[in-house]
Design a protein. Structure first.
Length: 274
């Protein structure tokens, strides 16, 4: 997990600029689902894997009566969350704080929170069962955990295929595994894992996350976030050749081919008495 934290330390700025907008629709949908629980009087909210604070800042902006603590394994992501909160929350700034902590060893007392939320984090933790149990521990009785994460899928995104082809043609080593320890294999598995962790009234629902890139937007996503290290290590001449090749081929793609579509799952449950 330390290696994962270090990776996110290095890409915090790129994440905020390029990846957070991709995830934004799913984050908004998760907040929509949280409306019922927060309207019922929940005030203490935990954001597990807060990243750049997108979910936490959105929650504080929506609901006046809540305070949010965000935790993230990456110190740089935590710092970015604090910076973005400074810029966007105004008088509500004192209702959000971020801490460096791991999802499976939360530094909080039992029953410290009314609601725990998480967006695109539980696929990254080394042991999801342990992280789910830890989320349950810090929730009050009948408190709610709700999260969104990726579902396993074998579909390919056309720009990614073009990038891999260009790397092969220019004899550039292929991309490294992104470090994710496990997307959810099914909606049923998401529900089952919550029940095993001690949650009741479990729900799980599949959805689709869509984001349309422009050719320049996809190249920015690659060079400043997803493959930043690869581009930084390339010889400048080879880097320019790779970018020129990608610009030419991306320009041929239709708007539909430039739209990323991947399945996601929203899952939620209440802390049971056991």
């Amino acid at each position: 997990m330390t290696e994962m934290a270090e990776r996110y330390d290095q890409i915090a700025a790129g994440y905020a600029r390029w990846w957070a907008p991709v995830l934004a629709p799913a984050v908004e949908r998760l907040l929509d689902r949280a409306e019922t629980w927060l309207a019922d009087g929940a005030v203490r909210v935990l954001d597990i894997g807060t990243g750049t604070g997108q979910l936490a800042i959105g929650a504080v902006s929506r609901w006046r009566g809540i305070s949010v603590v965000g935790v993230d394994a990456s110190a740089e992501m935590r710092a970015m969350a604090e910076t973005l909160a400074d810029r966007s929350l105004g008088p509500a700034r004192d209702r959000f704080r971020a801490e460096v902590a791991f999802a499976d060893t939360l530094p909080f007392a039992e029953c410290a929170f009314d609601v725990a939320l998480s967006s695109f984090v539980f696929q990254l933790v080394p042991n999801r069962a342990r992280a789910l149990r830890e989320a349950r521990r810090v929730l009050r009785p009948d408190g709610v955990l709700a999260y969104v994460s990726w579902l396993q899928d074998d579909r390919a995104f056309a720009p990614d295929l073009l990038f891999d082809e260009a790397l092969d043609e220019l004899d550039i080593p292929g991309r490294e595994f992104d470090g994710r320890s496990g997307d959810l294999p099914s909606v049923e598995r998401a529900a089952h894992e919550l029940r095993r962790a001690g949650f009741a009234g479990v729900t799980a629902e599949a959805d689709l996350l869509e984001h349309r890139f422009s050719p320049d937007g996809y190249l920015g996503f690659l060079t400043e976030f997803d493959e930043e290290a690869l581009f930084e290590e390339l010889d400048p001449v080879l880097r320019d050749r790779l970018l020129a090749t990608m610009r030419e081929r991306l320009a041929r793609l239709s708007a539909d081919e430039l739209t990323m579509r991947f399945p996601i799952v929203f899952a939620a449950g209440r802390r049971s008495a056991r």
